[in-house]
Design a binder for this molecule. Structure first.
Ligand code: SF4
Length: 336
């Protein structure tokens, strides 16, 4: 059997590894120049602060099997079911590839914070996204718009998720715990910096997440404010003034901060939208739809077409890895 996997993120790599160990010939297509692009610039991963670089190294080693052919810089733009039951993938250069089954692992794209104009992203230097903050932490360059160490940092949750205006009603699942993790990272490096997190609800759904949240308050003094920031504006000295409402106190609030970190949610990637649509498995918000969320969550309505990881919905890296493994088993099951 030979299988095409589209996307060399955590779920795609894990699926490739499991299939290759069972003697399946896998072709892994990746549109970027290297695998694991979404993790490469991360610093540490929640909840145990494992170094992202170590995880990337471990995952990359899984690609060394002779049964896996990794094709980077290859953007799959077409997916067609053949009369013989197999699948044809077509890349942007017009080259075709044939396989018995295809696994979509096309991942997510971060919400574009420019779409929330009122928050000033791209206008004021002190407004950054959670991805940019992660890079700052990783390369030890946490600075404000003037290049100085910030005295105050505010995080804003649910940017582009649970939001009527951006059209995304779903929760992106990982941004709450990411903010808690990043807040701790900042306090470890800069204990004197004040760190605030503005939230609607804090969703600490995973093992050890709740402990992390408590630790952030009790050990590191991170302050949590229930309320949404309605507006951000630049100040003459390069800072950011935010207007919010403390919904627990029922009071309007104004605060000036050196950095405002927008916790951007996950959206279906362009590749996910395009291929899911072309094969008739496009679900809510452009994510790939599977047969059944309980027992057939890696199978799709199309025989021989499978889906795993964040092309289906927002999920954490460890959940995506487990889902890749589940998809590989579903593919092996099909071949029996
Ligand atoms: S995980 Fe938290 S920040 Fe992210 S969308 Fe859900 S509630 Fe909002």
């Amino acid at each position: 059997m030979n299988v095409s996997i589209i996307g060399a993120g955590p779920s795609g790599i894990e699926a490739a590894n499991v299939l290759a160990k069972q003697g399946v010939a896998v072709t892994l297509f990746e549109k970027s120049s290297s695998a694991l692009k979404n993790i490469a610039d991360k610093a540490f991963l929640f909840p145990n602060f494992a170094a992202a670089a170590d995880i990337v190294e471990i995952m990359n080693k899984k690609l060394l099997s002779q049964n896996i052919t990794l094709k980077t810089d290859t953007d799959i733009v077409g997916l067609v079911r053949e009369d013989n039951g197999g699948w044809k993938t077509v890349d942007s250069k017009g080259q075709s590839h044939y396989s018995d089954a295809v696994l979509l692992a096309t991942g997510y794209t971060p919400f574009d914070a420019h779409r929330k104009e009122e928050l000033g992203y791209g206008i004021y230097g002190g407004v950054v996204t959670s991805l940019e903050m992660e890079k700052m932490i990783r390369y030890d360059q946490v600075v404000n718009s003037l290049g100085e160490r910030p005295k105050r940092v505010a995080f804003l949750q649910c940017v582009g998720s649970r939001d009527e205006k951006s059209g995304n009603h779903y929760c992106s699942k990982i941004c709450c715990v990411t903010a808690v993790k990043q807040a701790i990272e900042l306090k470890k490096r800069m204990p004197d910096t004040e760190v605030y997190v503005f939230y609607m609800d804090l969703r600490m759904w995973g093992q050890h997440f709740e402990e992390l949240y408590r630790q952030s308050q009790q050990e590191y003094g991170v302050r949590y404010v229930r309320g949404r920031i309605s507006e951000a504006a630049g100040t003459f000295d390069g800072r950011v003034q935010i207007k919010a409402e403390d919904t627990l106190m029922g009071l309007p609030l104004k605060m000036t901060t050196d950095l405002l970190v927008l916790m951007v949610g996950m959206e279906a990637s362009e590749g996910t939208r395009c291929l899911a649509k072309a094969t008739g498995i496009c679900g809510d918000y452009g994510f790939a739809q599977t047969k059944d969320p309980h027992i057939d969550d890696c199978l799709t309505a199309q025989e021989g077409l499978f889906a795993c990881g964040t092309c289906k919905r927002p999920m954490s890296i460890n959940d995506a890895v487990n889902d890749g493994r589940a998809a590989a088993l579903a593919i092996l099951d099909m071949a029996k």
